[in-house]
Design a protein around this ligand. Sequence first.
Ligand code: ZN
Ligand code: ZN
Length: 145
Amino acid sequence: MSSAQERARELAREMKKAIMEAKTAEARAKRLGDEVLLALAEAKKEQEAASEIIEYPVGRYECKRCGQGSIFSQTYRELPACDNCGSTEYVGAEPTITKITPPPPKKYHAGMYECSGCRTRIVLPEDMDELPPCDICGGHKLKAV
Ligand SMILES: [Zn+2]
Ligand SMILES: [Zn+2]
């Protein structure tokens, strides 16, 4: 076999390997993309949950399950478990609920974007007022997907 033939075989093998690797990387990127969307949805829920603060006032509470009385001398976001039975449900003062006004919305929402220059997908992990440039081509043409 000529050395050129030898080289061609070698290159063909390399190419095949590179294609396989690219396929694996692509599948991985897709899976990560799905995961990131789930994480973003969760982050949004967390943000919504953080929009109110529940606070139980100082005072006397009675355990709903066993009836044991407890005096809480500090305010709680979540009442501690009953000393007697471990229950966290009490009869007593109503908690005060403070609504937190969310910060003004940003121009761009967290999510998946695509570069209209090179078609690379980019994840914006949080809301931003300005979109970052494309990771691959540096262009400023990201569009929400
Ligand atoms: Zn109890
Ligand atoms: Zn690009």
